[in-house]
Design a binder for this molecule. Structure first.
Ligand code: BES
Ligand code: MN
Ligand code: MN
Length: 462
């Protein structure tokens, strides 16, 4: 291990320069105008794996963006770790809020990252975190100390729902056979408070359209006599939560697994300052479901949020118009044992049922995903905990997080294996937002920690 760690120390600048090159390629999976760049990113990742020492590196085509695969099988009798990550990123919009170009990485110091952080789209989610695994692997290979088998699967469609990865997994169960999936695509509580993610929320995502009159109308001539789709949509959306911020869709909570009082107590002992939280976001008050704390609201409780809403006139000045239609994108975060398909159906039925006769409503489902909770009494959790304790000097805290990685539930169903969610980002790293960044401390800490995971995992599986 000494050799591995000194290889890392000796190559810090190289590891950083390479990541910056990776971040310069705008691999936005949602927007077809970046198609060539997304493909270029797959090439970059494949080459990195080859140079690091992986065998059988392949750029596996799919109906969408390719999946990069590579492996190092040193002894079939040893355990196999499957590393999963994604090389695609979220769109950079709104562009005008970036202080530097989203694909022109720069390093700047911040309050939480006094050693500097890399500012770029994908720095934290997930290029920076996925690349830590390639570099940790390189360090183990170059110092001849890989203690078990590794397979890499880095996809390019996580931010658009991983549909093709699901198919790929089903068609390649043999190739992907492994003992555990290792993922860095989540957060730690703080740089001095390590944590391991033991739960993720699921997701049901729908788009709704409310159509009123067959054309835009003069809001004076017709206003008051004809339903305004924006007014109607606003009322419908407002009715989806009651005064306790409880979701009103019948059956919505039926399958929610209530967390025990003991587990809730434990989860609320994790360091959290409500004052700091509000200050960071510049809000005077938090809000959420009555009877639950901020930590609980953002992890063990389901939610309903409007992600976008549009319609009518939004140009300069005033235009008096009663619009013909209004639209919204709505996401629901789900917890065990809610099922995304069931929830989407319940939403659809309810939303259609509350529409007044004056409008027509359609609900279009988008991608979804299932929630997961992972156990802590497994060799993989123990190995991750030991590895973090070694490099942070503190035992990590198990936490449930609010975000979603739908493929994790699929790994359980299709490959029959659990995942370890050993991420190194901070919730304040602005993933999906302008000025996304990733701490240098976090990048290097990840690279240093991962080899310990392999070592302890190989030992614990003996
Ligand atoms: N890495 C995130 C998920 C995440 C972030 C989990 C922080 C825990 C903490 C992932 O890339 C992501 O953004 N997932 C999407 C879902 C996907 C279907 C678009 C999400 O959570 O919105
Ligand atoms: Mn991610
Ligand atoms: Mn993401």
């Amino acid at each position: 291990m000494e050799k591995v760690q000194s290889y890392i120390q000796d190559n810090k600048q190289k590891f950083l320069d390479e990541l910056l090159d990776l971040l310069r390629i705008p691999s936005v999976s949602a927007d077809p105008k970046y198609k060539e760049d997304v493909l270029k990113t797959a090439d970059f990742v494949a080459n990195s794996l080859k140079e690091a020492g992986a065998d059988n590196v392949e750029i596996c085509p799919t109906a969408g963006y390719p999946i990069v695969y590579g492996e190092k099988i040193i002894d079939p009798s040893l355990p196999t770790v499957l590393v999963y990550g994604h090389y695609d990123v979220q769109p950079p919009d709104p562009m005008e809020l970036w202080e530097s170009g989203p694909f022109e990485p720069v390093i700047k110091k911040t309050k939480l990252h006094p050693d500097g952080a890399i500012f770029a789209r994908g720095a934290c989610d997930d290029k920076g975190q996925a690349y830590m695994h390639v570099k940790a692997f390189e360090a183990m290979i170059k110092s001849d100390s890989l203690p078990c088998n590794v397979k890499f699967m880095i996809e390019g469609e996580e931010e658009v729902g991983s549909d093709n990865l699901g198919i790929f997994c089903k068609e390649n169960t043999e190739k992907l056979s492994c003992d555990v999936v290792l993922i860095s695509d989540t957060s730690i509580i703080a740089n001095d408070v390590p944590s391991i993610t033991v739960g993720l929320r699921g997701l049901s995502y729908v788009e709704v359209e409310v159509v009123g009159p067959n054309r835009d109308l003069h809001s004076g001539v017709y206003g008051g006599a004809v339903a305004n789709p924006i007014n109607v949509l606003s009322k419908m959306i407002a009715s989806l939560q009651d005064e306790n911020n409880h979701i009103t869709i019948p059956g919505f909570y039926d399958d929610v697994l209530e967390v025990s009082a003991e587990d809730r107590k434990k989860m609320n002992e994790a360091p959290h300052s409500e004052e700091q939280y509000k200050e960071d976001l510049d809000i005077a008050a938090t809000q959420g479901e009555a009877g639950f704390t901020t930590i609980e609201r953002a992890s063990i409780r389901p939610t309903l949020d409007v992600n976008g809403i549009w319609g009518g006139y939004i140009g300069e000045g005033a235009k008096t118009v009663l619009p013909s239609k209004a639209n919204a994108k709505i996401s629901m975060r789900l917890v065990p044992n809610q099922d995304s398909h069931t929830i989407t159906e319940l939403f659809q039925k309810h939303f259609e049922s509350i529409a007044p006769d004056s409008v027509k409503v359609t609900v279009k489902p988008h991608h979804g995903g299932e929630p997961v909770v992972t156990p802590t009494d497994t060799p993989e959790y123990q190995a991750a905990a030991k590895a973090m304790e070694k490099t942070f000097g503190k035992k990590p805290i198990p936490t449930r997080e609010g975000g979603s990685i739908p493929i994790v539930a699929l790994f359980e169903d299709v490959l029959g294996v659990k995942s370890v969610l050993m991420g190194f980002g901070l919730n304040s790293d602005a993933i999906h937002s302008p000025n996304e960044h990733y701490g240098l401390f976090n990048y290097y800490k990840g690279i240093e920690t991962i080899p310990y995971f392999y070592q302890y995992y190989a030992e614990l599986k003996k």
